[in-house]
Design a binder for this molecule. Structure first.
Ligand SMILES: Cc1cc2nc3c(=O)[nH]c(=O)nc-3n(C[C@H](O)[C@H](O)[C@H](O)COP(=O)(O)OP(=O)(O)OC[C@H]3O[C@@H](n4cnc5c(N)ncnc54)[C@H](O)[C@@H]3O)c2cc1C
Length: 458
């Protein structure tokens, strides 16, 4: 096929934009189709009254050289800001109180987040038999290896914070492949963590719990925006793809733009849209697979940004924020102390919070009206950090389909993507539904896809 011919990227979220940027850099003629009038997908930053408000991802982890190099290459290195040192402190709620997550063996022994029994149970982990390749739900896996309390007070809140998900439903192999591989390879998390760290060092990779947390001075949106500027008029916004069919080894797209539907033919396609949209686009090409792909769950999430006068906050905001375990029976999932992590998020003398609501745990909460949503957020903030007055700013964003859940059986869906790429030469997939749901994994997914395309073009 060579580098000649036309390539279409469908979707201008961070995955599609990165794929298009790298394809263009390799001299491949690329056009990006984005249904919305704006680029960035889940990444949205707004500015209001001196506050910087990220309504999607608030930060990302610098887990790969590819991500770091890309940011430097597009000139955003000087815009990048790392999270304040103090934000290494993270809290989990137990019995209505915040407890710091212990980050050293000494702190682990001293913490009141876990009972003495739970701590002893952890030390047994290296002696528990491996699960022998059975994919268990994350909850069953953790219960088996680490016990109930660790599931309730570490894994459950963590999964709510990252996936807005429920560990009872997530597949360990698909959602936490590295954790799963540790157990398969070394027979234990604890043994594997120690040995794995040495191997990662050799591969020049950074573990997620060690990777540096970053954003940009002007918020996350500058990242997709800058990529879009580099791509210029190769991006067509307000251009949604309705359908894709095969035509003598090429692909015909039905594009809805300016109220009209037109067709165009491409040699290669990269699909970077959420899976319900994929199902619609692929329904004629591969109906059975399209249906399976489209069944992926995306729970709704409500994001509530609030700003307060610092003098009205009773607690010292000395950390990243807190996560709330399901067993605590609260109405929100957790709150990021946004202006502690990145001080420029709020004006001098004020503090900003970003609270997450809903997810798989309480999907109905994400659909509450603004008044109710604000009420539950303020109620949890008051109880957990103490407030003397109302917020000076409230900004709400609802994500009806926030984050794909890699539930039990998701490794089969991941295989479907590989099979489709084999079966339909020139058809590729990149996005947060492939190798991880975070921004860093989305970027890596685009990188892997482009590497594959380039290898196959040579
Ligand atoms: C509330 C929230 C908080 C998050 N927090 C974090 C965080 O703190 N850290 C982190 O690393 N990650 C976080 N994430 C996850 C991360 O933001 C996403 O996984 C990542 O941005 C996904 O990028 P993407 O390009 O794969 O998909 P998307 O951002 O979903 O982009 C897909 C694009 O495709 C477009 N599209 C859809 N259908 C069509 C069509 N038919 N034709 C053309 N275009 C179409 C959409 O409009 C969209 O622009 C968060 C996500 C959410 C929702």
């Amino acid at each position: 096929m060579g580098k000649t011919g036309k390539t279409a990227v469908i979707g201008a979220g961070i995955s599609g934009l990165c794929a298009a940027y790298w394809l263009n850099k390799h001299g491949i003629d690329v056009t990006v189709f984005e249904k919305n009038t704006r680029v960035g997908g889940s990444i949205i930053t707004e500015k209001e009254d001196g506050y910087l408000i990220d309504l999607g991802p608030n930060s990302a982890l610098e887990t790969s050289v590819e991500l770091r190099n890309l940011i430097d290459e597009i000139g955003l290195g000087k815009e990048k800001v790392y999270g304040n040192e103090i934000s290494n402190n993270r809290y989990v709620v137990r019995n209505g109180q915040l407890h710091a997550i212990p980050m050293s063996p000494g702190k682990f022994i001293g913490t009141r987040l876990f009972s003495a029994r739970a701590k002893l149970r952890l030390f047994k982990e290296p002696f528990i038999k491996p699960t022998n390749g059975n994919d268990l739900s994350l909850a069953d896996f953790v219960r088996y290896r680490l016990g109930d309390e660790f599931l309730d007070y570490a894994i459950n809140p963590f999964v709510a914070g990252v996936y807005a998900g429920d560990p009872e439903n997530l597949s360990t192999a698909a959602a936490f492949p590295k954790l799963y591989a540790l157990e398969q390879k070394y027979g234990s998390f604890i043994k594997g963590t120690i040995k794995g760290a040495r191997e990662r060092k050799k591969r020049n990779e950074v573990a997620k719990d060690r990777a540096k947390l970053f954003s940009f001075i002007s918020g996350m949106q500058i990242f997709p925006q800058t990529l879009a500027e580099k791509l210029g008029d190769r991006i067509k916004t307000g251009a949604g793809i309705l359908n894709l069919t095969e035509l003598s080894g090429k692909y015909k797209l039905h594009i809805r733009q300016d109220g009209q539907v037109r067709e165009d033919i491409f040699d290669r396609i990269v699909i970077s849209v959420p899976t319900d949209e994929q199902a619609r686009i692929l329904k004629d090409l591969t109906p059975g697979n399209a249906q399976r792909i489209g069944e992926t769950e995306y729970p709704p999430v409500g994001v509530v940004f609030t700003g307060f006068r610092k003098k009205d906050i009773l607690r010292d905001l000395d950390g990243f924020g807190y996560l709330i375990p399901k067993v605590e029976n609260k109405q929100t999932l957790g709150t990021i102390w946004s202006s502690t992590i990145f001080p420029e998020r709020a004006p001098e003398g004020y503090a900003a919070f970003t609270t997450f609501v809903g997810g798989s745990r309480q999907p109905e909460n994400a659909e509450l009206n603004d008044e109710k949503l604000t009420e539950i957020v303020l109620s949890d903030l008051k109880a957990l950090i103490g407030l003397k007055d109302n917020p000076v700013i409230v900004r709400i964003k609802r994500w009806p389909r926030a984050i794909p859940q890699y539930t039990m059986g998701y490794t089969e869906i991941q295989r479907i993507y590989n099979d489709l790429e084999d079966k339909f030469p020139g058809l590729y997939f990149a996005g947060n539904y492939r190798r991880g749901i975070g921004m860093g994994d989305s970027v890596l997914s685009a990188h892997e896809t482009v590497q594959k395309m380039i290898t196959q073009s040579e």
